[in-house]
Design a protein around this ligand. Structure first.
Ligand SMILES: [Zn+2]
Length: 427
């Protein structure tokens, strides 16, 4: 579709590329959470130069925040000429570790075959750049717009978002009287709208035993065998029960449309020897065995039920198995989030995708979570989606890239959504 706004966005192609490259060259690795100030200052300069009021906010005291690795966030707001709704684009500025297997410089921002390569191109500095270009082009094309546009760059999404969106939501920056529509340009593909995500519950389970000589295990009590009984209960009861549950959420990939649980780790007995150690192990009955479970649950499952299901099995073993003792420590939990398909931001972006790309959008939900949980649960703002350029499967992989044309297309969708939400409608 050819409109003055899409022409303005296409005219900014070189600017979009340079903006993405500049941000890729800032290695905002998390952990540890470095260079947040660098990228926030860069965004502050850029956006204040385009008439945005900016606020730099450090999330003091949140996990990982220190003078060496301060958790800086930026919110930029551009007021329109008349009263109206506020549309907020939220992007996280952190990227995950580089890992092995790269053929491009992960912080070089090199261009090859219409793609920009580097850690964070797809997840999600390319989406952030697209939203900035969309907003700037919209303001140029429609200087008399109503309402307001906000753009935020936030910390720590890859480690739960506690020093980023959660902190901002706790301090009122996502309250529904201030912000009415939120678009998170995560890489969900330019023709898909992500409505929400599953929940997660993480816990450590320790079984207890009694140390004794390995030659006389009958004088002790083996914690690993007790853990074996726990795992057998999971195999016999929990996994089959979870396999029966399907969600109405349109989660992709298909396999994540069910309840799932991963056993992230298991350890019992003597510590593993250091690499290169050539000595032999002593012979002891292990008195402790620990596992960490990662339970992902559906919008149809209450968190209490998820928790009770596991503790119920453990309590059952306490009754049926001699000397069985355990401790369960909850590490974290995240509730599912699901935006109504009929909500204004979903309908607006769906129509924008149809107008720009000539096809109906696909509606999806994410198997893992992202910052929507905090906007929904802490901010109490339900009118929120993830929509942005980039191929989700490339996130966190070597040779991560973002297609330049994809960024342009999704910027056109974001711009068209701004036209619907912030301009008086003739029909
Ligand atoms: Zn991301």
């Amino acid at each position: 579709m050819n409109t003055p706004l899409s022409a303005a966005i296409h005219a900014k192609r070189d600017d979009l590329i340079a903006l993405t490259q500049d941000m890729i060259r800032m290695p905002t690795l998390n952990p540890p959470g470095q260079d947040y100030l660098l990228i926030c200052e860069y965004l502050e300069k850029r956006l204040s130069g385009h008439g945005f009021q900016t606020q730099m906010i450090r999330a003091y005291g949140t996990p990982g925040d220190s003078d060496k690795y301060p958790r800086w966030n930026i919110i930029a707001r551009r007021e329109g000429k008349h009263t109206g709704d506020c549309v907020h684009f939220n992007s996280h500025t952190d990227v995950v570790e580089v890992g092995a297997g790269w053929t491009f410089d992960p912080f070089g921002g090199e261009i090859s075959d219409g793609k920009i390569y580097g850690r964070g191109t797809c997840d999600m500095k390319g989406g952030l750049a697209a939203s900035i270009i969309a907003a700037e082009a919209f303001i140029e094309t429609h200087p008399d717009f109503a309402g307001a546009i906000e753009i935020s760059g936030t910390a720590d999404e890859e480690t739960g978002g506690y020093g980023g969106v959660a902190y901002l939501a706790e301090h009122g920056h996502f309250s529904p009287d201030k912000v009415q529509h939120v678009i998170i340009p995560e890489p969900l593909n330019k023709d898909r709208i992500c409505l929400g995500h599953r929940g997660g519950w993480w816990a450590e389970i320790e079984t207890k035993g009694e140390i004794a000589h390995g030659a006389m295990p009958f004088l002790g009590d083996c914690a690993v065998r007790h853990m074996g009984a726990v795992l057998q209960e999971f195999e016999d009861k929990l996994f089959p029960a979870m396999a029966e549950r399907y969600t109405d959420m349109p989660v992709v990939p298909e396999g994540a449309r069910q309840s799932t649980m991963n056993i992230n780790s298991i350890h019992g007995g003597e510590n593993e020897p250091e690499p290169g150690f050539t000595g032999l192990q002593a012979h002891c009955v292990p008195d402790s065995c620990r596992i960490v479970i990662d339970r992902r649950f559906l919008v149809e499952e209450p968190l209490d039920q998820v928790r009770d299901e596991v503790t119920g099995l453990l309590e059952g073993l306490r009754k049926s198995r001699p000397n069985f003792d355990y401790e369960l420590t909850e590490r974290n939990s995240v509730l599912p989030s699901m935006t109504d398909k009929e909500s204004p931001v979903v309908r607006t972006v769906a129509k924008a995708i149809e107008d720009v790309m000539g096809k109906s959008p696909e509606y999806v939900a994410s198997p893992g979570s992202y910052d929507q949980k905090h906007i929904d649960r802490i901010g109490k703002l339900k009118n929120c989606i993830a929509y942005g350029p980039g191929i989700l499967d490339l996130a966190h992989k070597p040779d991560e890239y973002i297609g330049i044309d994809d960024m342009i297309d999704s910027a056109c969708v974001m711009g068209a959504a701004l036209e619907t939400l912030l301009l008086p409608q003739s029909d």
